[in-house]
Design a protein around this ligand. Structure first.
Ligand code: PBG
Length: 327
């Protein structure tokens, strides 16, 4: 037969036809906007490595959250830049710290907006690791079990301020169980945990560490974050976190781990989130600024790929721009 019988192109003929048969749709309700909060008033400091992203004081954060909400983005994720750091990260559970103050201010202004807080020690320790260090036989490492108590304190501090969801990003073993137990003991049984369950030791966190001022002074995070080669181990981490009480699961980064997102989606029945991380954002921004790609189209294609891979929620610095593009 000279001509093909199967003609998929019939359904690509017009924009309306294409939109009718599109399998994956993005919506602003899929997005969570990460925000960096610092002390002060009227502060909106640009982050050189992340164009369009700022370190903001609480008043400015409320305005940013309001813009997100008005565009249909239902949630923000807060990271803190504290005024002081020490070896154990004690500013991480200071009720007057930037994160608890921002949580309270946002919930006051926008009670329906879902506030997620990142729970980790690396923004608060002077050495930049995700928990207190100990040296044994000449090797320095994060003390896993000592970290659990500190994460629980930080989580409770955020819960007291009014956080809706606690998102631990440290990758210590047992942290979901420790945080769940502490929240329940304090009467915060209703607060959900979004676990950064499969978080890989990635080069794509570079710009974030400038933004959050959390680059490790020495060494790296490979002793606690996952090795990029490991798929089965990601599923194991997910199972453990669900057993310990996680309500939602995150894969991070997103773009180099789309296969992992798909496998996690197929494994679990809880919501799956994926973090379109700082380096992924910076790549799109810098390639667009250099005139190499169309920023809006590239951004939407990236976000669509993450959703198509199986993510229900996408944590992304593009949230405002993408919501506008969808509007
Ligand atoms: C803290 C944390 C990191 C990110 C989120 N929480 C950095 C890291 O693990 O070094 C990265 C987010 C991003 O790159 O956008 N542990």
């Amino acid at each position: 037969m000279p001509f093909p019988e199967e003609r998929p192109r019939r359904l690509r003929r017009t924009a309306t036809l294409r939109s009718m048969v599109r399998e994956t749709q993005l919506s602003p309700t899929n997005f969570v906007l990460p925000l960096f909060v610092r002390a002060g008033k009227g502060e909106k400091r640009p982050i050189a490595t992340m164009p369009g992203v700022f370190q903001s004081s609480v008043d400015v954060i409320v305005a940013q959250a309001r813009e997100a909400w008005s565009l249909g983005v239902p949630s923000v994720l807060l990271f803190g830049i504290p005024e002081t750091k020490d070896a154990v990260g004690s500013s991480g559970w200071d009720p007057d710290g930037p994160v608890p103050r921002a949580v309270a201010a946002i919930k006051d202004a926008l009670p329906e907006l879902v506030v997620i807080t990142d729970v980790c020690m690396c923004e608060y320790t002077d050495h930049g690791h995700c928990g207190p260090l100990e040296t044994r036989h000449g090797r320095t490492d994060v003390n896993n079990d000592a970290t659990l108590d500190l994460l629980a304190k930080e989580a409770i501090c955020h819960a007291r301020a009014g956080a809706d969801i606690i998102a631990p990003s440290d990758m210590m073993d047992g942290r979901i169980g420790a945080i769940r137990g502490a929240l329940d003991d304090e009467g915060f049984g209703e607060i959900a945990i979004l676990s950064y369950a499969a978080k890989f030791a990635s080069a794509f966190y570079g710009p974030f560490r400038d933004a959050a001022e959390s680059t490790p002074k020495e060494g790296d995070r490979r002793g606690y974050q996952m090795d990029p080669g490991n798929r089965r181990e990601a599923l194991r981490e997910v199972r453990l976190d669900l057993d310990e009480g996680a309500d939602m699961i995150m894969v991070k980064p997103a773009l180099s781990y789309l296969d992992v997102i798909r496998e996690v989606r197929d494994l679990v029945d809880v919501p799956v989130a994926a973090y379109n991380v700082s380096g992924e954002y910076a790549m799109v921004k810098s390639a667009a600024a250099a005139g190499l790609i169309d920023e809006t189209r590239a951004m939407m294609e990236v976000l669509l790929s993450i959703k198509r891979a199986g993510a229900d929620l996408i944590l992304t610095y593009h949230a405002i721009d993408a919501a506008k593009a969808l509007g």
